[in-house]
Design a protein around this ligand. Sequence first.
Ligand code: TMP
Ligand code: MG
Length: 188
Amino acid sequence: MIHHTGRVEVICGSMFCGKTEELIRRVRRATIARQEVQVFKPTIDNRYGTDHVSSHSGQNIEAVCVESSQAILALLHPKTTVIAVDEAQFFDIGLLNIVEMMAERGLRVIVAGLDLDFRAEPFGPMPQLMCLAEEVTKLHAICVVCGEAACRTQRLVNGQPAHYDDPIILVGAHEAYEARCRTHHLVP
Ligand code: TMP
Ligand code: MG
């Protein structure tokens, strides 16, 4: 079965909102529909090879780590009909062309990533990906302070809010980040 019409789907939101869980759900359903799926994620610690995309809730599926967006094209199998990319915020801006190219070829492209960094500013190629996508799903986590819907990610360094000038990339989970709403998100 081949998708004759390509499309781009973006799944975005703060940390802990279920982006990877939703990506995994879509990939599993595509597999049930006998689609040929390839999953990619960026290498951010210099390893290269097969790994997994893992959700905070503990689900995972196999994925290939790539150093750059260009490597996705190089590794594309001719039979692949669905492409999934997790942690898209870490990719170079070249991802835009590659996603467009794959959709033009008739592939379904599912991209998940953080729309905003810890400063609440647009993250990497995500804003443009959201614009060119046929479908954008913005998920929300729960603010750990007030329990309202959380659209932002609070970075904490030794329990204190990270500063605006801190480096944008810091790989981590619960030890360094919390989901928070606009009111409770702090960037000194
Ligand atoms: P997640 O969206 O799957 O939870 O993973 C987000 C990753 O991005 C996690 O390793 C932490 C990292 N990150 C940054 O590097 N900079 C940031 O500003 C934020 C919010 C997250
Ligand atoms: Mg994730």
